[in-house]
Design a protein around this ligand. Structure first.
Ligand code: AMP
Length: 142
């Protein structure tokens, strides 16, 4: 199973914010779209990723004034990405080892979507369910 199959099902939409937007504005986007991370983009170029975990960590460290700081203060600039041709297994492994739950997808240098650990788990469960149904049909000679 490839990342491309997941993107076909969920679409290419990626919620993004500019690096100079405030952390408060970022929280609005997370809540409005019911998501855990947004990519940080400048003129269509990926410059970072910021998740709810970054907000929690910086709130604890700096207090509520972090809400008026720019997103660039708390984002991770060194973003791990994948491509539509990567396998779901490979990207799941990368997420588990690096301990993050979101990976933007790029194709020919452009942002083509984002996958979360939830998307990957869902697709792996579907494959397993399909395998189980096929085995059952084989065993029962159907
Ligand atoms: P998450 O598990 O996605 O909430 O993210 C946990 C931490 O990893 C946060 O500090 C994020 O900024 C960072 N992070 C999330 N996704 C990525 C990614 N694809 N590449 C690099 N860092 C990431």
């Amino acid at each position: 199973m490839l990342i491309a199959a997941i993107l076909r099902a969920k679409g290419p939409e990626v919620v993004s914010v500019a690096p100079e937007e405030t952390v408060a504005r970022l929280l609005t986007e997370l809540a409005r779209h019911n998501i855990g991370a947004v990519v940080v983009a400048e003129d269509d170029t990926l410059v970072g990723i910021v998740s709810e975990r970054d907000v929690v960590r910086h709130l604890e460290r700096r207090g509520p004034e972090v809400l008026s700081a720019p997103v660039s203060d708390i984002m991770t600039a060194d973003v791990v990405t994948c491509t539509p041709d990567d396998s779901v297994e490979e990207v799941s492994e990368r997420m588990t080892v690096r301990r993050f739950r979101h990976v933007p997808v790029t194709s020919e240098g452009r942002l083509a979507g984002i996958v979360s650990i939830g998307d990957l788990v869902k697709s792996r469960l579907r494959v397993l369910e399909n395998d189980r149904a096929q085995l059952e049909a084989y065993i029962h000679g159907r």
